[in-house]
Design a protein. Structure first.
Length: 282
C-alpha cells in the first residue's frame, strides 16, 4: 500500500507519453480536413517537435522509474512475456515512426498521399500504444489494477490530452482549420474525458469487493473520488479553453493553459490509480 506518489515517475510516463502520441490525431485532422498550403504545412511540420518533446519527456519518466539506468538495456528481454516490456516496445515503435515522419516532413520528402498514410498509421499506433499502457497493469498479482478498465482509462487520457496538445501544436503553427474545428476539438476532448472518467469511476466503484487481511481496497486512497473529480473538472475546463481558442484562430496562450490543465488532471488521476496498489500476498 502507498500514496501513489512513490510511482510519480510512472505517473509522468503514463500522462505525457500517451498525450504526445494522441496529439497526432489532431495533426491528422489538420492535414486530412484542413488541407494547409505548403507554407502552413512547413510551419506545422516544424511545430510537430512539440508533441515529440512531450512524448520524450514521458519516456524520461519511465527511465527514471528504473532502479538503475543500466536496467534500461534489459527492458526488451521480456518482450512477449512481460506487459511492461511489451508496453515499452510498442511505445518505442510509435516514437520511431513519429520521428521518421517528422524527419521526412522537414526534408520535404512527403507527398500528400504518403503523409496521410503515415499520419493514419500514427493515429492507429497511438490508440494501440494507449491500450498497451493500460494492459501493462493487468496482472493477477495486483487485483486492484487487474481490470480491462485500466485500458479504458488510458484510451480516454490519450484522447483528452492528445487532442488538446495536438490543437495547441496547430495553433502555434498558425494553421487555419475549417469552421467546425472548434466543435471537433471540443467533442474529441470531452469524449476522452468521459471515457477516462467512466473507466476510472467504474474501477473505483468495484474496489470494496477487493479485500485483504488488513482492509478493503476502497480504503487505500480515501480521497480517490476527489481525485477522479479533479480529473473530470480539469478535462472539462481544458475542453472549454480549447473550444474558446478555436474560436480565436487557435490562440496559443489559451491552448498552452489547456494543455497544462488537462495534464495536471490526468497526472492526478494516475497518482490515484497507483495509490490503489494492493498485492494478493498482503
Amino acid at each position: 500500500m502507498g500514496t501513489g506518489f512513490e510511482h510519480t515517475a510512472l505517473a509522468v510516463f503514463t500522462t505525457l507519453a500517451p498525450m504526445g502520441a494522441g496529439a497526432f490525431i489532431a495533426l491528422a485532422y489538420a492535414f486530412f480536413v484542413g488541407a494547409p498550403d505548403d507554407a502552413a504545412a512547413k510551419r506545422l511540420d516544424r511545430w510537430t517537435a512539440l508533441p515529440l518533446v512531450v512524448l520524450a519527456a514521458g519516456f524520461l519518466g519511465a527511465f527514471m522509474h528504473l532502479a538503475s539506468p543500466l536496467n534500461a538495456f534489459g527492458v526488451f528481454t521480456g518482450v512477449g512475456s512481460s506487459p511492461l516490456s511489451n508496453e515499452i516496445l510498442v511505445g518505442v515503435a510509435f516514437a520511431a515512426l513519429a520521428v521518421v515522419y517528422w524527419v521526412l516532413a522537414l526534408a520535404g520528402k512527403l507527398s500528400p498521399s504518403v503523409r496521410k498514410g503515415l499520419l493514419a498509421a500514427l493515429v492507429v499506433m497511438a490508440v494501440v500504444f494507449a491500450a498497451f499502457c493500460g494492459l501493462a497493469y493487468m496482472m493477477y498479482t495486483i487485483p486492484t489494477w487487474n481490470t480491462p478498465l485500466s485500458i479504458v482509462q488510458m484510451e480516454g487520457y490519450m484522447l483528452a490530452g492528445g487532442t488538446v496538445l495536438g490543437f495547441c501544436t496547430v495553433g502555434f503553427a498558425q494553421v487555419s482549420l475549417p469552421k467546425g474545428a472548434g466543435a471537433v476539438a471540443l467533442a474529441l476532448t470531452l469524449a476522452g474525458v468521459a471515457v477516462g472518467t467512466v473507466g476510472f469511476g467504474v474501477q473505483i466503484a468495484g474496489l470494496d469487493a477487493i479485500r485483504n487481511i488488513w482492509s478493503s481496497a476502497a480504503e487505500l486512497v480515501p480521497a480517490i473520488w476527489v481525485l477522479l473529480g479533479a480529473f473530470a473538472a480539469c478535462g472539462i475546463v481544458a475542453s472549454a479553453l480549447t473550444y474558446s481558442a478555436a474560436k480565436r484562430r487557435l490562440a496559443p496562450t489559451l491552448l498552452v493553459v489547456a494543455c497544462v490543465v488537462v495534464a495536471v488532471g490526468i497526472f492526478v488521476a494516475r497518482i490515484g490509480f497507483y495509490g490503489l496498489y494492493m498485492g494478493i500476498a498482503l
